[in-house]
Design a protein around this ligand. Structure first.
Ligand code: NAD
Length: 285
């Protein structure tokens, strides 16, 4: 938020625009009432819903400098005639690099896996082949790994799509790159997509990495799986009830990070610039 505040302040210096930072405080309906902003700039912590916007008449544009949009009720925002922009793809390289770093730290032998003819190639399963998933696929293909992808909504991709069961059963590592979608909002919701059934299809040697959204994985089912298969390596950057994390689960994870996979200077800068460009397109120079 400090980055958004400084950048917008700098860019709008000679315009009659006041940029107020609410960093460290919640944006509440009361705060909107007090400041009457025309524009709201947020990252993923602020929930944009009917409760926040119902009594507000001033906001015309909401910009979220994030890839994910599950914290924004976009249907309601558009119903109220407000414009919305997010920053699709802004930190795709950061997240893909986080995943590659985690894999190579935990399995350094994969680095050289393509140099010996006798080695069977590493099989990386990628669920969700959008901006991040396809960037990760390119990195993996460059290392000579085999990529098994699953994304029923992508036809033209750098890799061929496999069935989800094949990805679950045959991958050495599975990395999740889907948006969080709920029943009723998508024909194939991703909420708890990795549950007891899915985990049962993954050999206990298969590593699971989730940098997408916490609730794509059922944490209760994951905990039960880890109790049964303590050798499974699990890397989580996102959690079901962020910022609250179950201590019992945390204890069993191989790597746990606090939602920072996309949090690089480059990613933040690109996200902020994308939101600024969308703001200029909405308001003119
Ligand atoms: P994207 O929209 O470019 O790609 C998502 C892909 O998931 C799409 O191709 C879509 O077709 C696919 N998909 C949707 N439902 C699916 C399903 N049921 N099964 C399989 N595939 C499905 O998004 P992205 O930029 O690649 O981001 C992916 C995720 O990463 C998002 O959840 C985003 O919020 C998260 N993210 C996390 C961080 C972090 O810091 N941890 C940073 C950036 C983004």
């Amino acid at each position: 938020i400090a980055h958004l505040h400084d950048y917008f302040n700098e860019q709008t210096l000679n315009h009659p625009i006041q940029v107020i930072s609410m960093a460290g405080r919640d944006i509440t309906a009361d705060a909107l009432q007090q400041y009457q902003p025309d524009v709201l700039l947020i990252r993923s912590v602020t929930q944009i819903d009917a409760k926040l916007l119902d009594t507000n008449q001033s906001v015309k544009f909401i910009g979220s400098a994030t890839i994910g949009t599950d914290h924004v009720n976009e249907g309601y925002v558009s119903l109220r005639g407000m414009r919305f922009a997010n920053a699709a793809g802004c930190s795709k390289h950061s997240v893909a690099q986080y995943v590659m770093s985690a894999i190579l730290q935990l399995r350094p032998e994969y680095w050289a896996s393509n140099t010996s003819q006798s080695d069977k190639p590493v099989k990386l399963g990628i669920i969700g082949l959008g901006n991040i998933g396809s960037t990760l696929a390119r990195y993996a293909l460059d290392l000579g790994w085999e990529v098994l992808g699953y994304d029923p909504f992508q036809s033209a991709s750098v890799i061929n799509n496999a069935s989800v069961d094949k990805v679950l059963a045959q991958s050495d590592v599975i990395s999740l790159h889907v948006p969080l979608t709920l029943t009723g909002h998508s024909e194939l919701p991703t909420y708890h997509m990795i549950d007891a059934d899915a985990l049962a299809k993954m050999p206990s040697t298969t590593m699971l990495i989730n940098t997408s959204r916490g609730a794509v994985v059922s944490e209760a089912d994951l905990l039960a799986d880890l109790n049964q298969n303590p050798e499974r390596q699990v890397v989580l950057d996102v959690f079901e009830n962020e910022p609250t994390v179950s201590a019992e689960l945390l204890d069993k994870l191989t790597i746990a990070t606090p939602h920072i996979a996309g949090y690089t200077l480059e990613g933040k800068l690109r996200g902020t610039q994308m939101i600024f460009d969308a703001f200029v397109r909405s308001y003119g120079e």
